[in-house]
Design a protein around this ligand. Structure first.
Ligand code: ASP
Ligand code: MG
Length: 412
């Protein structure tokens, strides 16, 4: 039976663990077949099977320490080619008409920035034709093609972005991201057993959670969702009765005044430049070369100056610490600073929620909670909907659990 040509259009995405082996692929096929039988038109985006992408990186590095990004993208695209074709075959086996499409065949046009391409536009004619012919369309995630028909990829985890962008371009009725967890949690359940899945969350809050460690979804996918107003359901493909988390427009009144989640990060390094003369242009002199060296700097704090000398502190990922030190040390004579020191055993913990900026007291409660648990705060940074404290890495777990408790996140 062909699906009703006017039935609701649903874009689904299945992550690597959801299609990790032939059995899982068949399971996903039966879920899709069931929905199609109910009259929905389905476009399913898939990731590569299991840890395929990591294995491809490993293989490339057995050959060369510096694979060219263009070749890496060609190589990566094979992972999603395998999972998408197998899923299509599994649907045939269930008696459904399905077709797999590469990113290029699906009309996904990107810029030519290999390894982290951005979608420029999506030519949806082919997908629409296949849907009109009653087919289930399976799209290889995370890939597109440049104007020169070179294959590009969207950055690790990019299949989420493929799905949300397709949902926007096709004006789909629903966008569903299926993964191996029950949705977006109030904290990482691996370190906080009390964490529970949220029923819904705003785009902005989700972006803060994603950027600060809750890596359930590709941040770019959330940005695209916010831009085009695509409501995104994140749910488990393993537990079919869990409702999942809906990412959508700003949260309701009831949520507006609450901490929604605790995010954390490990492996942060802090670099401090001491005795910096307090004169205009110093920050530019320091951070321009860092940016040019590809070091992405996170929190930056400039202390109040004493006798025209100040300390400038910033954080980077631990993996970038050596490069940051090298670049900064080379600049010392030029900026006339006295020394640079690094501390590489740090992590961060953040409370996230809209409405924090309008209700005072969140910061105070956070700092008091950390103090009561003997956790020293090394640095503080804030955005409108987030407060982040840099702490010793060994205390990150304690900090997350203490804050989860202090802000009553174990209760709905
Ligand atoms: N397979 C790619 C990765 O592992 C893309 C994705 O899973 O979304 O990063
Ligand atoms: Mg993956």
């Amino acid at each position: 039976m062909a699906p009703d040509a006017a039935g609701p259009l649903v874009v689904q995405k299945y992550g690597g663990s959801s299609v990790a082996d032939a059995g899982r692929i068949t399971h996903v096929a039966s879920r899709i077949a069931e929905r199609a039988a109910g009259g929905e038109r389905i476009v399913a985006v898939v990731s590569a099977m299991g840890d395929t992408t990591d294995r491809l990186i490993g293989l490339a590095h057995e050959i060369t320490s510096a694979p060219r990004p263009r070749e890496m993208d060609m190589l990566f695209s094979t992972g999603e080619a395998v999972s998408s074709t197998l899923l299509s075959m599994a649907l045939h086996e269930l008696g459904r008409d399905a077709i797999s499409l590469s990113g290029m065949q699906a009309g996904i046009r990107t810029d030519a920035v290999f390894g982290r391409a951005r979608i420029a536009d999506i030519e949806t004619a082919r997908i629409e034709r296949e849907l009109a012919a009653g087919r289930i369309v399976i799209v290889a995630g995370f890939q597109g093609a440049s104007d020169d028909f070179d294959i590009t990829t969207l950055g690790r985890g990019g299949s989420d972005t493929t799905a949300v962008a397709l949902a926007a371009a096709l004006r789909a009725d629903r966008c569903e991201i299926y993964t191996d967890v029950a949705g977006i949690y109030t904290a990482d359940p691996r370190i906080c057993p009390e964490a529970r899945p949220l029923r819904d969350i705003g785009y902005e809050e989700m972006l803060e959670l994603a950027a600060t460690g809750a890596r359930v979804m590709h941040a770019r996918a959330v940005e695209v969702g916010a831009l085009y107003g695509v409501r995104i359901l994140v749910a488990s493909s393993f537990e079919s009765d869990a409702p999942g988390t809906l990412i959508h427009e700003e949260s309701t009144m009831e949520q507006a005044d609450k901490v929604r989640g605790i995010a954390h990060e490990q492996a942060i390094a802090k670099i401090t430049v001491r005795g910096v003369p307090d004169r205009p242009g110093i920050a530019a002199q320091l951070f321009t070369p860092l940016a040019e060296a590809g070091v992405s700097v996170d929190t930056i704090v400039q202390n109040a100056s004493i006798e025209n000398l100040t300390d400038m502190t910033f954080t980077v990922e631990r993996g970038d610490a050596d490069e940051a030190l090298r670049v900064t040390e080379a600049l010392l004579p030029q900026i006339e600073a006295s020394e640079v020191v690094a501390d590489a055993d740090l992590g961060s913990v953040s409370i996230v929620g809209t409405g924090m900026s309008t209700s005072p007291g969140f910061a105070a409660r956070m700092f008091r909670t950390l103090f009561e648990h003997g956790i020293n705060i090394e640095l503080i940074s804030t955005s409108e909907i987030r407060i982040t404290c840099i702490v010793r890495e060994a205390q990150v777990g304690d900090a997350v659990r203490a804050l989860h408790d202090a802000f009553d996140l174990d209760r709905e």
